[in-house]
Design a protein around this ligand. Structure first.
Ligand SMILES: Nc1ncnc2c1ncn2[C@@H]1O[C@H](COP(=O)(O)OP(=O)(O)OP(=O)(O)O)[C@@H](O)[C@H]1O
Ligand SMILES: [Mg+2]
Length: 172
């Protein structure tokens, strides 16, 4: 079915959207005109904003129906749906190794997550030749190993793997 609710957001549209969602407004705090909305998209595909308020911050990401840097190159919008589904699934396993998923809007393909701008993006850190990546490398290796294992059938019990819902007790 055609999604007729979808519209692309700009900074004003995002602010209005957040105002109409009390959980996220409360997280930011204060009146909406005190919030700063900063676009930080730096890749080819998605729009990304950081929103800061007097009490907190969040990061919003919306997929566009085309490549961000080339509107003639059409793309399906569902990519944030899969990103949100992955964040939700993996949060049971990864703890604070991923940003907390705060909200997903399936009509706007808008994903809202914890703002991590107190961290340095790895590609920026790596461009500093004095940075030693060994700690980050082992953290990434542990994260990949734990999430790959925990989402594979290898970590499931025999009963889950073979569809056995209960083991029958012998009557006598
Ligand atoms: N949770 C976050 N907190 C703070 N900044 C973030 C967060 N997520 C992303 N960013 C910033 O936004 C930039 C773009 O985000 P990201 O690379 O995740 O987008 P993307 O979905 O991969 O889109 P594209 O494919 O266009 O790169 C990052 O380089 C980072 O600076
Ligand atoms: Mg990217």
């Amino acid at each position: 079915m055609q999604n007729t609710q979808y519209r692309t957001l700009d900074a004003t549209g995002l602010r209005e959207y957040l105002v109409s969602h009390s959980g996220m407004s409360r997280r930011l705090g204060g009146p909406a005109d005190t919030w700063s909305v900063q676009e930080v998209s730096d890749g080819n595909l998605n729009m990304v904003w950081l929103v800061h308020g007097p009490d907190g911050a969040l990061c919003a990401k919306q997929s566009l129906p085309h490549v961000r840097v080339d509107p003639s190159w059409k793309m399906p919008t569902e990519r944030t749906f899969f990103e949100a589904a992955w964040l939700r699934e993996i949060s049971q396993i990864a703890g604070n190794g991923i940003p907390e998923l705060l909200h997903f809007d399936p009509d706007l393909f808008l994903l809202v997550m914890q703002c991590l701008d107190h961290h340095t993006t790895l590609n920026i850190a790596l461009s500093d030749m004095t940075y030693d990546p060994s700690e980050a490398v082992s953290a990434i290796a542990r994260f990949v190993a734990r999430t790959a294992w925990s989402t594979s059938c290898l970590s499931e019990t025999f009963e889950e793997n073979y569809g056995v819902s209960s083991v029958k007790e012998d009557d006598d």
